[in-house]
Design a protein around this ligand. Structure first.
Ligand code: ADP
Ligand code: GLC
Length: 497
């Protein structure tokens, strides 16, 4: 009897976990940064762990037609939202990719503008609607997950709706996880605006949940209070956000909830990011021929970007949203001292006009040595990861960071600040022991960044043997999702008990 119970218990424990992913972007449909990568790659990795995963995202107009045209209509209904009982159309369009089911929530009133974001005033109603609609869709489709894994502030009302408006409905059985990808963005607006659109009970607009201050409400804060578990994307960031310096005003709230908070480091999709099969590269390569082939990729990159074609130059890459988070004021401060006749810099990014302008100015000043490519360009990103010798990631804060992981996978040495996930994923080069996989600095200081870059240059130009060893160690490093997906699975299973 006891034995039978154990077998049944174990069988239940090992039954596939049903997980819903809810977030505002997902590669390849719509991506503005690392959140899009994670929403694609983690479900794919979880499938291998015997999970059933469905991803819920909005059907934005900006999703390319080649994806929109292959969606299948699954049904529609009207849903009430807002105080005053206005009702809105909810359509469900579905597709499958690599074993993962994607359900797109269709409503032109909310999702026909933006890239995909517009401005907070419009984004707040958009994501109130989205958060409520995904739960209504799960009930409508009679697909009830064990765990609803919500991502960032745009999905932060899901854990609240789950325990309030949907508490007595089938989906109310599910548990919720809320992952913080970036605490800088929290979905803060006036209390009446959120009260009107969310139609959540008045008592939730108090300090422990949604209230930010006398005038404002904070969606992320409320979600963090209601979620069964909270995760963020590295162990260091999980610690940092509980301090005043990184907590973005929510540090005491997070300390209060620290019992349910943990950090699980991101990985990358090692099929997409595979230099041996990457069709976007001039010369695909593996660990075995990286030293030869990197030169070919470098020459192709220089040609493409109008830089002086010279395989002996050290090429520093920077691929980033151009925002304060990414430490670009440090790069700006030392830029003139980076260019020394043997070094080239390639910047790929868009964002703050101040940084776009600064990099364009440096390109004008140093034609042939500097390229500022001010745009979002997937193909060029691949070519830079392959053709550059080192990648700069001097972030002010970095919850995880994926560019340093991709760089390592492509044998490109990261130069990073020791913060968040950068600290957890890049081991500083030790010139005595010849260990480590990148160059790092600690305090947020331009001179320290310059020192780190100069240390990298010294090894590159005067000790190439050891530089090449770093390149190969980087390519050997496991940056896949495998270990972290197993940690998420454990978390889901603990919640299902
Ligand atoms: P964040 O999410 O803060 O922007 P991450 O390092 O986690 O930073 O992820 C950034 C992702 O976006 C990476 O996949 C990177 O290659 C990609 N990326 C960033 N800027 C560009 C760009 N201008 N063009 C193409 N890809 C970009
Ligand atoms: C955020 C963070 C970045 C992280 C990404 C994916 O955009 O800025 O550090 O890698 O989310 O989790």
């Amino acid at each position: 009897m006891e034995q039978e119970k154990n077998i049944r218990g174990e069988a239940a424990e090992n039954a596939p976990c049903k997980v819903a992913f809810v977030g505002s972007e997902c590669y390849p449909f719509v991506k503005t940064g690392g959140l899009g990568d994670v929403m694609y790659a983690l479900p794919k990795a979880l499938i291998r762990e015997n999970c059933q995963v469905r991803v819920f995202i909005p059907l934005y107009r900006c999703i390319p037609e080649k994806y929109r045209s292959r969606l299948t209509y699954k049904g529609s209904f009207m849903m009430d939202l807002c105080k005053g009982g206005r009702t809105f159309y909810v359509g469900v369009m579905e597709t499958e990719l690599d074993g993962v089911t994607y359900d797109f929530i269709d409503n032109q009133e909310f999702f026909d503008w933006g890239n995909p974001y517009t401005g907070l005033w419009e984004d707040i109603p958009k994501y109130c609607y989205f958060s409520k609609a995904v739960l209504a869709v799960m009930n409508y489709m009679e697909w009830i997950p064990d765990v609803i894994h919500c991502h960032d502030w745009q999905a932060a009302l899901v854990p609240i709706y789950l325990r309030t408006r949907f508490g007595g409905t089938p989906v109310g059985r599910a548990k919720s996880v809320l992952t913080i990808h970036n605490l800088r963005f929290q979905g803060i607006c006036s209390i009446p605006h959120l009260k009107y659109w969310s139609d959540l009970p008045d008592e939730l607009f108090d300090y422990p949940v949604l209230k930010q201050n006398e005038d404002e409400a904070n969606m992320f804060k409320g979600g963090l209070a209601f979620a069964d578990r909270v995760t963020t994307v590295s162990a260091t960031y999980a610690r940092e956000i509980q301090t005043g310096a990184f907590g973005e005003g929510l540090d005491s709230h997070l300390r209060y909830h620290q019992g349910k908070l943990s950090g699980i480091v991101n990985g990358i999709d090692v099929e997409i990011w595979n230099s041996a099969t990457d069709a976007l590269l001039a010369a695909p390569y593996s660990r075995k021929n990286v030293l030869e082939k990197k030169k070919e990729n470098k020459l192709a990159l220089q040609r493409e970007l109008g830089l002086e074609e010279d395989e002996h130059k050290m090429v520093l890459g920077l691929i980033s949203r151009l925002t304060d988070q990414k430490g670009l004021d440090l790069v700006d401060a030392i830029f003139p001292r980076l260019i020394d006749g043997n070094t080239q810099v390639v910047v790929l990014g868009t964002g703050d006009p101040r940084y776009e302008g600064a990099f364009q100015y440096y390109e004008g000043m140093h034609k042939g040595s500097v390229c500022a490519f001010i745009s979002y360009n997937e193909g060029l990103a691949h070519q830079i990861y392959a053709g550059a010798d080192a990648l700069l990631v001097p972030s002010l804060f970095e919850p995880c960071g994926l560019t340093q992981l991709i760089a390592m996978r492509y044998g490109t040495v990261p130069i990073v600040r020791e913060t968040g996930g950068l600290k957890d994923t890049v081991e500083p080069y030790d010139a005595e022991q010849h260990q480590g996989n990148g160059f790092t600095f600690d305090k947020y200081n331009a001179e320290l960044l310059l020192e780190a870059i100069n240390a990298a240059k010294t090894v590159y130009f005067t000790d190439r043997w050891h530089w090449d060893e770093i390149v190969q160690r980087d390519m050997d490093k496991d940056v896949s999702w495998e270990k972290s997906a197993a940690q998420y699975l454990k978390l889901y299973r603990d919640l299902r008990r």
